[in-house]
Design a protein. Structure first.
Length: 225
């Protein structure tokens, strides 16, 4: 089976939805918190609880802003259809939040796509982050996307395809067979001599996917012969 793992913010979604929400409700101050944590060699499992500790918005207010400002890449639904037609397994791996992933997928009747992410829990007038997919051995990211790549390997997938754009995609991309990359992930791949297919949006992925897969399968056949 071909196993496709896709990031959400800035990839399946047309923009980074979490950053948009943080800008809307916190202004720009949150960026200093994130940069300070990253400078210490730490990542989202450290800074996300800090960002949402005194969160000022209700769930309803967040959903209103999501509905007003967030959208999927307009070509992503067609890519989902393409994967289904081909029998490829597709899932979303996000270091963002369930609240907007579920909302945007449901808008396009795509809420049957499996996904892993952090969870935003509202209770007693407060908000807290749950990260059920954080790696016990590493613990840097709230959602360890590498674990999903390894799960694909255990499922005997013939090829693992990774599509992403950011920092949390760097680790899993290095364990994947085919990488579609943009943004800082593309820069990371180039700096570390990791082969990646550049893309702008999912119209590019749709156009490039068949050739990239055929080329990889051909190289695999040569290696096995």
């Amino acid at each position: 089976m071909i196993w496709v793992l896709c990031d959400f913010d800035g990839t399946a979604a047309a923009l980074d939805v979490q950053n948009m929400l943080l800008d809307h409700f916190l202004g720009s101050s949150w960026r200093d918190v994130v940069n300070s944590v990253l400078a210490q060699g730490l990542k989202s499992s450290t800074y996300m609880p800090l960002l949402y500790k005194d969160w000022p918005a209700s769930k309803e207010e967040m959903i209103r802003v999501i509905d007003e400002k967030a959208a999927l890449d307009p070509h992503f639904p067609r890519f989902v259809e393409y994967c289904r037609e081909k029998g490829y397994h597709l899932e979303i791996v996000s270091d963002g939040l369930d609240i907007y992933i579920e909302r945007l997928l449901a808008k396009h009747n795509l809420d049957d796509i499996p996904y892993t992410s952090n969870r935003l829990v509202f209770e007693d007038g407060k908000v807290r982050i749950q990260s059920p997919f954080c790696s016990e051995s590493c613990g840097l990211c709230g959602n360890c996307k590498k674990q999903r790549v390894l799960a694909a390997r255990k499922a005997n997938s013939r090829c693992v395809v990774y599509i992403g754009d950011g920092i949390s995609d760097e680790c899993p991309a290095g364990f994947s067979d085919i990488i579609f990359a943009k943004g800082s992930l593309l820069a990371y791949c180039r700096e570390n001599d990791i082969e990646a297919v550049p893309f702008g949006d999912f119209s590019d992925v749709l156009g490039l996917f068949p050739e990239a897969l055929a080329s990889w399968l051909k190289s695999l056949t040569i290696q096995e012969s």
